[in-house]
Design a protein around this ligand. Structure first.
Ligand code: DPP
Ligand code: ZN
Length: 865
């Protein structure tokens, strides 16, 4: 397959100011007539329109059948004489046969579209590149009984009854008009039997916007949280970024077969059901947060993505990195800012750090790709957000004003209506916020997580901080330059437990020293507070100082980080078998006293307490090794957890009792109680399994909400207890027919700490509820399994074979989803040699398969390369 390079960008030869689409809808046969107004943008070029799996039934130029067109591969090429023409093309689609879920497809009898990034070319021939913006008119007609609701972007301008069709069915039609020019990836159409929950929002300038959330009949009662989140998003974007909605209508549709989380189509967001539907009976507190975050994310795209879109797909982080930052800020504003920050960093470390240190490492603005779907990554999204967050910190730290906002105001103002680049964004922030980001731009071009070492020296009354940085080499980037790294820090006085004010230093060289006078005694260093830079820090902080910071740091993230560092350091040494008995003992005791302090600290709210109690994840621990042994990591992590449970048994049972007495509500205090309730079970399961089994079964039985029920079932899933099978059966029967909850039933088993998790996964693959046809279901079983290191990395290599078999079976059905499983095998270089060889062998087996999709081919070859 061809490699597309960022440096090869050229402006479109033809623009398409207007698109009219006419759909004759049917689940297994839809006819599309596309009418394009095309305008020459460069001399001498034919009109080249992309297609994918479609054929032109007829081509008209200026209303007359044309012979001046040909197919070149999948492209339809037309020689045109003049500078402006109307081109009309008819295509025929079979939505029911579209298992890739790109383009127009059927889901439970309803028709919907997904066009980002290159799905529009599966509907009709079009330049299908984000820098070609058009005003769309859409007409659709079809049988009323099958498709009572007909939706597209913008506003419905006309609708009516049509004549009966050839089957004698009543038909109807609707016409939609979207006044805002948009790229083809933002086109959407939905037709089906849907019901709406409706509300409205009046914008800051008095525009009344009708809001609808469309779901399948029966799901209406689970849309209220999504609606509240939408209204909160609209209000927040006005206040935080000055952004007002720009149509009279905003529709959201929930679809159960969806490759991604959701899609920001102009005025018609299409969502995976899992990010819309929520009620206490079926959704956890985590699910509630995810709905709020994704609703916000897609809504915020209306400005950061739709009004200003991307020039080309290499600029994806322009909209995604910025929009992730915006959704993170929104969620922080709706809930707890420090807890949200810790969660975001945990996701970054679990998903992005491994990407950055593996064969698929790429800059947030990639330089090349074969299949753009493979670049919807944690790097582009989450690291992209961190990079913009750093600009925000540098603009705002100590400024006493929101200078970052001046930058974003300028960006929105300067580029509204354009297809922009990451460089445009940086320049606008630079100009608007008054920053010099010359060297900072390296964050857009260099991959790899920088490693910062910090050493604090003390002499007289001066503390000197010596910092060095190293950006690791990554595939295709053989040399790296130092990047500006903004680090928030504080120096604590040991005696008072206080510091004299937070400071920001920017390390923009390979090494630098910073001096801090006024410290009679050597202070304790709190570095990278708030995770101000997405880097790995080696500060060689003593165990004693980590315990001090875990108890005293007034930056909640830094406090969390100190506790994590204490535990990471211990577990890494333990898993590497570098600890003497004595060191193991003192290490565990230091951790126990820090955890005890967290359990006893009455000033902490339970949401934060719950964060602090989460032990560093196995994946993040594995990242600390050049070649990790997943079995040793599991053994030591569970060993520590069990030891802590026994050492602090009374505290954990008391915590579980206290939290269990808090009645259900969606308020923070009650949510916090639910979080620590399950945390207590997690510890008890490792150290007092019988006590845990008894409490978990009771929690399950008493549960009046999914958070408690899932937490209890998760605990039972990891244990050998009769309650395990009993509650699993109860859960399955209780929620039969609720796909999102049955997904949980699969995930809990596939992700469990149970020693037989691998065998359970094999059995679940044959369960009647399992299907390769639904991405949520596939992910619920196999993503949970691939993220369960002890099971996936079973020494037999069977876990690798299971995932490779899945990739091969799924690739022809849904390539995009199949390719997402490759990175778990692609980590082979960072796993101990015996397993690494088996992982590599499975990748080679996949690579040797005939007719792989471009998606999977690219990921597998990069992983082997
Ligand atoms: N653009 C979608 C999002 O919101 C994903 N394709 O991230
Ligand atoms: Zn997005």
């Amino acid at each position: 397959p061809a490699v597309i390079r960022r440096e090869d960008y050229t402006p479109p030869a033809w623009l398409v100011p207007e698109v009219s689409l006419d759909f004759a809808l049917g689940v297994d046969g839809t006819r599309v007539v596309s009418d394009l107004l095309v305008r020459r943008n460069a001399p001498g070029q034919p009109l080249r329109l992309s297609g994918d799996g479609i054929a032109a039934r007829e081509v008209l130029v200026d209303g007359r059948p044309s012979n001046h067109w040909r197919m070149e591969g999948a492209d339809l090429v037309i020689d045109l004489e003049g500078d402006e023409h109307r081109v009309s093309i008819e295509t025929a689609l079979n939505p029911a046969a579209n298992s890739q879920l790109m383009g127009l497809y059927a889901s439970n009898g309803m028709l919907c579209t997904q066009c980002e990034a290159e799905g529009f070319r599966r509907i009709t021939f079009h330049p299908d590149r984000p820098d070609v913006l058009s005003v769309y008119r859409v007409r659709m007609a079809g049988p009323k009984a099958d498709f009572p609701i007909l939706l597209s972007n913008g506003n419905c301008v006309a609708s009516g009854e049509g004549p009966p069709n050839e089957n004698g069915e009543d038909t109807h039609w609707a016409e939609w008009h979207d006044p805002w020019p948009k790229p083809s990836y933002l086109f959407a159409l939905v037709a089906g039997d849907l019901v709406a929950t409706s509300d409205s929002f009046t914008t800051m300038n008095g525009r009344k916007v009708d809001l609808n959330i469309w779901v399948r009949p029966g799901d209406e009662s689970r849309t209220h949280h999504a609606m509240r989140s939408l209204i909160n998003s609209m209000k927040w974007d006005e206040e935080a970024f000055g952004r007002e909605y720009d149509l009279d209508l905003f529709n959201i549709v929930a679809v159960s077969d969806f490759n991604m989380g959701a899609m920001e189509n102009k005025g018609l967001n299409v969502f995976n059901t899992r990010y819309v539907l929520a009620d206490p009976e079926t959704a956890t507190d985590g699910d509630y947060d995810a709905v709020e975050g994704v609703i916000g994310h897609e809504y915020f795209h209306n400005w950061s993505g739709n009004r200003i879109t991307c020039r080309d797909w290499f600029q994806l982080s322009l909209k995604e990195g910025f929009t992730v930052l915006r959704d993170q800020m929104f969620s922080a504003a709706m809930g707890s800012e420090p807890v949200k920050r810790i969660e975001d960093v945990r996701v970054l470390r679990a998903a992005q750090f491994p990407e950055d240190s593996g064969p698929l490492a790429h800059p947030i603005r990639p330089d090349s790709y074969q299949e753009i779907s493979n670049f919807y990554t944690a790097t582009v999204y989450n690291k992209g957000a961190e990079v913009i967050r750093m600009m925000r910190s540098m603009a705002n730290f100590g400024a006493g004003a929101d200078r970052f906002r001046k930058g974003t105001d300028l960006y929105f103002d300067r580029h509204d209506g354009e297809a922009a680049t990451c460089e445009d964004f940086v320049k606008a922030i630079e100009d608007g916020a008054g920053l010099d980001l010359t060297r900072f731009r390296l964050w857009y071009s260099q991959a790899g997580t920088p490693r910062v070492t910090a050493r604090l020296a003390h002499e007289g009354d001066v503390a000197t901080l010596h910092l060095t940085q190293e950006v690791p080499l990554t595939p295709g980037q053989a040399s790296k330059q130092p990047m500006p790294i903004p680090l928030r820090l504080a120096l604590f006085d040991r005696a008072s437990g206080k510091h004299g004010g937070e400071q920001l230093v920017v390390l923009d060289q390979a090494e630098a020293s910073f001096t801090f006078p006024g410290h009679a005694e050597a202070p304790v260093l709190s570095l990278n507070r708030g995770f101000s830079a997405p880097v790995a820090i080696d500060a060689a902080t003593s165990q004693e100082d980590l315990v001090f910071l875990a108890a005293h740091d007034d930056d909640p993230f830094a406090r969390y980080e100190a506790l994590q560092s204490l535990i990471v350091r211990h577990l890494v040494a333990a898993a590497a078998e570098e600890l003497s008995d004595d060191e193991r003992f003192t290490g565990r005791h230091a951790i126990a006293s820090a955890i005890a302090a967290v359990l006893d600290d009455t000033a902490l709210d339970d949401l934060m307490r719950g964060e602090l109690l989460i032990l560093p994840g196995e994946g993040y621990l594995a990242e600390q090794f050049a070649q990790a042994d997943p079995t040793a990591i599991r053994r030591e992590r569970e060993g520590l957890k069990g030891w802590l449970a026994q050492a602090l048994l009374a505290r954990f049972t008391a915590l579980h009792d206290r939290a269990s007495a808090v009645p259900f509500s969606l308020e923070a205090a009650a949510r916090g109680a639910r979080k620590v309730k399950t945390q207590a079970l997690v510890y008890l399961a490792a150290g007092a399994p019988e006590e845990a089994a008894r409490r978990a079964a009771a929690q399950y039985d008493a549960a009046d909400n999914m958070t408690d029920r899932q937490g209890a079932l998760m605990t039972l899933c990891g244990l050998d207890t009769p309650g395990r099978a009993e509650k699993l059966a109860d859960f399955h029967a209780r929620y039969a027919g609720n796909a999102l909850v049955i997904d949980k039933w699969f995930s809990l088993q596939a992700g469990s700490l149970h020693g037989d998790a691998l065998a359970h996964v094999k059995a679940l693959a044959d369960h009647p509820d399992f299907t390769l046809g639904n991405p949520n279901r596939v992910r619920s079983l196999y993503m949970a399994f691939a993220a369960n290191p002890a099971a996936f990395h079973d020494p037999s290599g069977e876990g690798y074979r299971i995932i490779a078999d899945l990739i091969l079976a799924l690739d022809p059905i849904n390539a995009q989803t199949a390719a997402r499983f490759v990175p778990s095998l692609g980590r082979w270089r960072r796993i101990e040699p015996a397993r690494a060889a088996m992982m590599r062998a499975e990748l080679e087996r996949i690579a040797a398969a005939p007719s792989l999709s471009r998606d999977t081919f690219e990921q597998v070859t990069r992983s082997l390369g």
